[in-house]
Ligand binder design. Structure first.
Ligand SMILES: [Zn+2]
Length: 116
């Protein structure tokens, strides 16, 4: 288990290097993202990337062949309907991150980085 960090500590996201500020530990009722208070926590962009990659039907949609009117691949994340679908899940899940904080160009730019 990774050592906990005090709120306000500045850390770099271990996946993309984006600066983050530790706020508090996770709560069980937060979905699909929750806060982290360890060095293993990712920035919101990387955390939402992992969730999208691991969660059908979004994961299937991004790998699709355009049959739903959206070309597959991470660029589909620029589609307003997909961004709104992700935002809806975040709002419904008591997510502590404002969906407007997701930097979609950064999500797409870092898409191929490991998420496991
Ligand atoms: Zn990151």
């Amino acid at each position: 288990m990774s050592r906990t960090l005090a709120p306000g500590t500045r850390v770099a996201c271990p996946r993309c290097g984006r600066p983050c500020i530790v706020r508090r530990g996770p709560r069980d009722d937060e979905r699909p993202l929750s806060h982290s208070n360890t060095r293993k926590g990712w920035c919101a962009n990387c955390a939402i990337t992992r969730w999208i990659k691991e969660t059908p039907p979004l994961s299937d949609l991004l790998a699709s062949d355009g049959r739903w009117g959206i070309e597959g691949g991470p660029e589909a994340l620029f589609h307003a309907d997909i961004q709104e679908a992700v935002a809806s899940v975040m709002r419904a899940g008591n997510c502590p991150v404002d969906p407007a904080e997701i930097d979609w160009p950064a999500v797409v730019a870092n898409w191929e980085k490991e998420t496991s």
